[in-house]
Design a protein around this ligand. Structure first.
Ligand code: MSP
Length: 566
């Protein structure tokens, strides 16, 4: 069945039956391409999406929230499309960096990790990050996964004992070559060798440890890059340059130097390199070592910031090749948030505290700003003033205003979302441009799907806001507050048509914006009388609005955010 059924003048008591029938029909209706939702055998694929796991050496900042938010929006969109989702996040708790941070706070590493890991979890819970798994590398299940993974690489001949001599950056937990360091000044004013990319001090390290045959994977890495796995593509040339210049990788540290980590299986004198330990988290959440669900592997999308590209685009796929496992389909890399053009850092004192901003802007306000202004390809500049401006102009003035103009009892006396009686109303009361905009609501889901699929979330916002701005202007032209005072049948029809067109715009945009601003759209759709069962993508195409919907309770979508620090 391809066309939506239309039942005119349906008695309200039949509406529930109608809606469930409509839903049944619409699940197989063609609002958007369903082919990417089911695999060839007809079974639903799981959309496995991950964030990096976060270091617990310091409290979370706005950049961490951004990484998690990108994954959250993608996960929510896939759920709306009816797909099973495995969305994982968590904390990275081993290594020298954490060991030293705990010492500095005079705490045991475990107590310290418990405390900071809980801060990340709390931030994500308060921000509506809808993760399915929150993994900690100190979890027992993860330890078992790392052991098995190590043993697999060893059995397959990719690990050998060797000597490592070179620079090590504790802050980046990375081994660096001579070309990657330079003379510099540390944050406390000392002259020292520092990492060129992060500016962090490095130390000369010479020790016996285990090496991974990274050089064996040049060919496979190149083929994987050819599959366009790195997105946006601007990051690919850098990865290719690394792949062209591979060296075997040290994957353990002497235990006497690094006690806070997983011991190398079968050799208690060595600790597993924290990046190998951390990367395995993606397998742990998929069920490794017991059984990796084939429907969850490989991950569909792994989201990372540009600073950890090499670990995810070179080491990680190579580790997987070594274990005879498939690499992620997409590695989505994003740029960073700066403050006044500077990197956020404790020493500069410009770290933006996301919890404090949640209190000021609300979760959806902050989510909206980060998604509106953040960009994958270039660094975004965080500014409180800009956040206030954006939230007030788009969420409060544009969406909030359209909702109150169409639902205020003075204009909408019946407190209903009226149907459009027939196409004749469109022809009678609206301009061609208005009719075109109204009709184009039907295609918004398809367009939004493409943008969500490309992780171009701000383009979905542009689409929706474009329609909301048009609808506000249309309402302004038709002056429903004047129409309501005219006591004739034509004005009443006119008023109902204007309310319908504006509310239909809100309904469609509300459904499509759910992944980005879930709480605000919930209030919006509830006020419009759209039940939770009618908020799927397939519902965009047909409002099910042949009968008037009674409005839900009056709500304030979002109060105006005050400028200046509260
Ligand atoms: N623990 C490693 C990741 C291991 S994944 C197997 C790590 N942790 S991190 O806490 O330093 O960074 C986590 C994520 O936050 C990374 O994607 C990083 O790019 C991101 N961000 C850190 N600072 C950021 C900004 N200023 N702006 C945007 N994202 C930033 O690396």
């Amino acid at each position: 069945m391809s066309a939506p059924i239309r039942i005119k003048g349906l008695h309200s008591c039949l509406k529930t039956t109608y809606l469930s029938l409509k839903r049944h029909v619409h699940r197989s209706c063609c609002c958007y391409n369903q082919s990417d939702v089911t695999s060839q055998d007809g079974r639903k694929k799981t959309f496995h999406i991950t964030t990096p796991i976060f270091y617990v050496n310091a409290a979370p900042h706005i950049g961490h929230l951004y990484t998690a938010l990108l994954a959250d929006v993608a996960a929510r969109w896939q759920r709306l499309k009816g797909r099973d989702v495995l969305f994982s996040t968590g904390t990275d708790e081993h290594g020298l960096k954490i060991q030293q941070a705990a010492e500095k706070h005079a705490a045991s590493p475990k107590d310290y990790c418990d405390k900071v890991s809980a801060q990340f979890k709390d931030l994500f819970d308060q921000s509506g990050i809808s993760y399915d798994e929150f993994i900690r590398t100190t979890d027992t299940r993860h330890n078992a996964a790392v052991d098995k993974f190590w043993e697999t690489l060893q059995r397959r001949g990719y690990i050998y004992k060797g000597g490592y001599e070179g620079w090590y950056s504790v802050s980046d937990e990375a081994f660096l070559t001579e070309d990657e360091v330079q003379d510099g000044v540390t944050s406390d004013g000392q002259h020292a060798k520092v990492s060129i990319s992060s500016g962090q001090p490095v130390t000369w390290t010479k020790e016996e440890n285990y090496m991974f045959r990274l050089t064996a994977f040049q060919q496979q890495l190149t083929s994987w890059l050819d599959s366009k796995a790195i997105r946006p593509s601007q990051f690919e040339p850098m990865v290719r340059s690394w792949v062209d210049d591979l060296r075997d990788l040290s994957i353990s540290r002497q235990r006497e130097r690094l006690t806070w980590g997983i011991p190398v299986p079968g050799d208690e004198t060595q600790t597993v390199y924290v990046w190998l330990d951390a990367l395995v988290n993606y397998l742990t959440v998929a069920g490794y070592p017991q059984c990796v669900q084939p429907r969850c592997w490989p991950p569909q999308c792994q989201i990372i910031g540009k600073d950890i590209l090499r670990f995810h685009a070179v080491y990680w796929p190579a580790f997987l090749f070594a274990a005879d496992m498939a690499p992620p389909r997409t590695l989505l890399c994003h740029s960073h948030w700066t403050v006044e053009g500077h990197k956020m850092s404790k020493s500069r004192g410009n770290v933006v505290d996301p919890l404090e901003r949640l209190g000021r802007f609300t979760a959806d306000g902050l989510r909206y700003f980060l998604l509106r202004e953040g960009s994958l390809g270039s660094d975004g500049n965080y500014s409180d003033a800009r956040a206030v401006e954006r939230i007030n102009s788009d969420l409060v003035n544009s969406i909030g205003n359209l909702l109150s103009r169409t639902t205020a009892p003075s204009v909408n006396k019946a407190q209903e979302f009226p149907p459009l009686e027939s196409d004749a109303e469109l022809a009678a009361f609206f301009t061609d441009v208005d009719v075109k905009m109204y009709r184009s609501l039907q295609t918004l889901a398809e367009q939004a799907d493409e943008h969500y699929g490309n992780y171009a979330f701000s383009r979905v916002i542009d689409l929706a806001l474009g329609h909301i701005h048009w609808a506000n202007a249309m309402v302004q032209n038709h002056q429903p507050w004047a129409l309501v005072k005219l006591d004739d049948a034509s004005s009443e029809k006119h008023l109902k048509s204007v309310l319908h067109v504006a509310m239909e715009t809100l309904r469609v945009c509300g459904i499509l914006l759910q992944p980005m601003i879930p709480q605000l759209t919930d209030r919006l759709l509830t006020r419009l009388g759209v039940s939770e069962e009618e908020r799927c993508i397939s519902d965009v195409c047909d409002s099910g609005n042949e009968c008037a919907r009674p409005l839900g309770n009056k709500v304030t979508l979002l109060g105006r955010i005050q400028t200046g620090k509260s």
